[in-house]
Design a binder for this molecule. Structure first.
Ligand code: FAD
Length: 447
């Protein structure tokens, strides 16, 4: 990166967004020999939907956390950065009393059908599926009815799984989108179980810390990109008070964040439609700490499964593995929970969540010693946690998702064929964008 003067930077490649996708793209470009890279991050620190929060002296993931064995690129970059995974604690019984439909025989119809659709999708082009129009215009909820799932508990269970995957209600998610999400994760069994099997020891936030360390002063924070102007031989970005000129640009933020930037020339109509139709579910991640993981004494795993009327989604045992005696439970609340089940103040949320945990566990619960939460809907530059596209909004514009436009390239978990919505998808997309740009720069050094 060349700093010609304090408000003009020239770089070979500018990456917009310092989340996992953007930082991975930058690292992979540097590794290919293109060290002249700048990462422009709007927030005051990199990471995006990966971050760290602390409770009773322990660092926890404030955003993404769970990993599965098939998430090979994430595990590889973690290993490259000297980090390792630890299994989630699963010994003992889960609390499933809130989900009476979880064993209903009608569920089988749904699981079999969604796996069949998932297996029949070409993940490079789900929109080209022969039944795409029907699948895209049906909601998961309506589709489940047509499959013969009529039991209220079974439908409520499906709704709770959909919500925990994509942060939206099953009536608001298209079957094509949901099946693509499930297929990208390797199928229903993998999506519901294996993707939740481990976490990064000490938190996934360390991946970002170490990526940022390696990238050094190439990462510029507090640099929101507001304008992107493509010229004959370069692209000029306005990022806060700085002008950045680059040969190529990797846009590594979620599609709807692109709506906040002006593009000259304008983006094609279908790409604009894609950006503005992309929908997100904001949520809350919280943790409650106790003197020790007392639930283990009663042979409970600490996992509390959600149901239609529970105030939060799933809760897990996230106690430290470093020998510290404390017990920590972490959980997520979706947009629906935030909007209709959780009170508006942190103090009231804390009381409600602590009471919910105590009632759910059904054993003597000692007083908690700490509470912390991270509210994703409040982050200025992040639209939410998970993606859930509404029925009928995506079919015509989806094919533009990772198509370069002139000198602009697209990364971000939403652009990944596999594990879209996951950290793995972010890493894969960053590596793919770096290969795309690297090949162009290598074969034609003047582009
Ligand atoms: C609460 C929560 C729980 C999650 N749980 C899991 C999990 O358990 N497992 C899992 O695999 N995934 C999980 N995810 C999803 C995972 O976090 C994301 O898939 C992944 O981190 C996305 O990375 P990204 O780089 O594609 O996007 P982001 O992380 O969104 O990064 C985009 C970056 O662009 C920046 N930006 C936006 N606009 C601009 C602009 N105009 N100029 C410059 N910069 C801009 C943003 O600030 C952000 O840093 C979770 C997410 C959340 C929020």
């Amino acid at each position: 990166m060349n700093e010609n003067d304090s408000d003009h930077i020239q770089a070979r490649v500018a990456v917009v967004g310092g989340g996992l996708a953007g930082c991975t793209a930058a690292l992979r470009l540097v590794e290919q020999g293109f060290s002249d890279v700048v990462v422009l991050e709007a927030a005051d620190s990199p990471g995006g939907r990966v971050g760290t929060m602390s409770i009773v002296g322990q660092n926890l993931d404030s955003g993404a956390q769970f990993i599965g064995p098939e998430q090979t690129e994430l595990l590889a970059i973690a290993a490259q950065l000297g980090l390792s995974e630890v299994p989630m604690y699963t010994d003992g019984q889960d609390i499933v009393r809130h989900v009476p439909g979880s064993n209903h025989p009608e569920l089988e119809y749904f699981v079999t059908a969604i796996d069949e659709v998932a297996a029949s999708l070409d993940l490079a082009a789900p929109w080209a599926h022969p039944d795409a129009v029907h699948l895209e215009t049906s909601s998961v909820d309506a589709w489940a009815h047509t499959l013969g799932v009529t039991d209220r508990d079974a439908l409520a269970y499906i709704a709770s799984i959909v919500e925990s995957f994509v942060g939206a209600q099953s009536g608001d998610v298209s079957v094509l989108w949901f099946a693509t999400f499930v297929a990208g994760a390797g199928g229903w069994e993998q999506a519901t179980k294996e993707t939740l099997s481990s976490r990064i020891d000490g938190g996934a936030g360390q991946i970002i810390d170490r990526l940022a360390e390696r990238l050094g002063d190439r990462v510029l924070v507090n640099s929101p990109v507001t304008a992107v102007v493509q010229g004959e031989s370069s692209v000029t970005l306005t990022a806060g008070g700085v002008r950045v000129t680059a040969d190529r640009v990797v846009l590594a933020c979620s599609p709807n964040e692109l709506c906040r930037m002006t593009f000259t020339p304008q983006l094609p109509a279908q790409r604009n439609e894609l950006n503005s139709n992309w929908s997100f579910g904001g949520g809350v991640k919280f943790a409650v700490a106790y003197e020790r993981p007392f639930w283990r004494d009663s042979e409970l795993s600490g996992t509390i499964m959600p149901g239609p009327t529970t105030p939060v989604s799933r809760i897990w045992d996230n106690s430290p593995t470093d020998g510290s005696p404390v017990g920590i439970l972490v959980g997520l609340a979706s947009r629906r929970h935030v909007q209709s089940m959780l009170p508006p103040t942190e103090e009231a949320r804390r009381t409600l969540i602590e009471e919910y945990i105590a009632t759910s566990l059904g054993i003597d619960v000692p007083p908690p010693i700490g509470y912390v939460e991270s509210i994703w809907a409040d982050k200025q530059w992040i639209s939410g946690c998970t993606t859930a596209n509404r029925p009928g909004t995506m079919l015509t514009c989806w094919p533009t998702i990772r198509e370069p436009i002139g000198r602009l390239h697209f990364a971000g978990t939403e652009t990944s064929e596999h594990f879209t919505g996951y950290m793995e998808g972010a890493v894969r997309s960053g590596s793919r964008a770096a290969r795309e740009v690297g090949a162009l720069l290598r074969h034609n050094p003047t582009v």
